[in-house]
Write a protein of this length. Sequence first.
Length: 266
Amino acid sequence: MNKLTIIGSGNIGFSLAKGLVSTGYYRPEEIVLTRRSIAALEEERSLGFGTSSNNKEAIQGAEIIVLSVLPQQIKKVMEEISGSLSKGQLVVSVASGVSCQDVKAILGEDCTVVRAMPNTAIAIGQSMTCIATDNAPADAIAKVERIFESVGSVVVINEDLMTSATALCACGIAFFLRAIRAASQGGVEIGFHAHDALKMAVQTAKGAADLLLQTNNHPESEIDKVTSPKGCTIAGLNEMEHNGFSSAFIKGIKLSALKAGGLYNE
Ligand SMILES: NC(=O)C1=CN([C@@H]2O[C@H](COP(=O)(O)OP(=O)(O)OC[C@H]3O[C@@H](n4cnc5c(N)ncnc54)[C@H](O)[C@@H]3O)[C@@H](O)[C@H]2O)C=CC1
Ligand SMILES: O=C(O)[C@@H]1CCC=N1
C-alpha cells in the first residue's frame, strides 16, 4: 500500500516527492505521482516512484492525498476522485486560493482537509511551508506538519492568511531570486565576470539570511553594523530607497496576495 499519492507531478508535486525521499521520510515506492499523460512521468518512474494517469486508481489505499494541480485544474480533479475517497484518508491541498470549504464542497463535508503552502526550495529540504485548516482534527494537522517539517520549516496559520502566505513565501522565493539576479547584474557592471558575480551575490544573500536565522536579530540591526558613517553602504542603500526598493517589494507582495486569492474562480 502506498502512503502518499500526489495528484499533479509538476513543479511542486514532483519537488515535494523528491524532497520527502531525499530526507528519508518516505521511500520512492511509497509515493504515487499522477499526471494526465503516463508518458510524461518517465523521470518519476526512473527514480522508483509509483506513477499513474488514473487519479481514481492512484488514490486507492493512500493514507494521504496531495492535490498539486493548478487552481484552474483542481475542480475537475476533485470531481473525478469524489466518491472514490475512503474514510480516514487525509486530503492535503497545496493549490493557491482554494479554501478547505471549496475542497469539501466537492469531496464531501466529512472529508478531512488541510492546506499547505510550500515553496520550491522543498526540493532541497529548505521550504517555508504554511499550513492551515478549517476544522481538521489536531492529529491530521500534526501529520501534515511532520511531513513538511522534514523538508523545511513550518508555521501553522489561520486559513484566512493563506493567500498572504502564498505571496510572502511561495511567490516570495521568486522575489528573492530576482533580487539576487539584480545584485549579480550590478556586480558585472562594476567589473566581475557573470559567474563570479552570481556566486558572490548568492553567498552574500545566504549569509544575510543565515545571520538573521542564527541570531534572531532584526534586519535593520544587522544593517546598522554595515553602514559606516558617510560610508559607501548607506550611499548605496539610500539610492535604492530613493528608487523605490522597499516600496516596490511591498507593492509586489500585496499584488501577489490579491491575485492569489482570486485564482480558483478565474
Ligand atoms: N510552483 C510553486 O512555487 C508553488 C505552487 N503552488 C500551487 O501548487 C499547485 C501546482 O503548481 P505547480 O506545481 O507550479 O504547477 P504545474 O503546472 O507545474 O503542475 C501541475 C501538474 O498537474 C498536472 N495535472 C493537470 N491536470 C491533471 C489531472 N487532471 N490529473 C493529474 N495531473 C494533472 C500537470 O500535468 C502538471 O504536471 C498550484 O495550485 C499552485 O498554486 C503552491 C506553492 C508553490
Ligand atoms: O504563481 C503561482 O500562482 C504559484 C502559486 C505560488 C507560487 N506559484
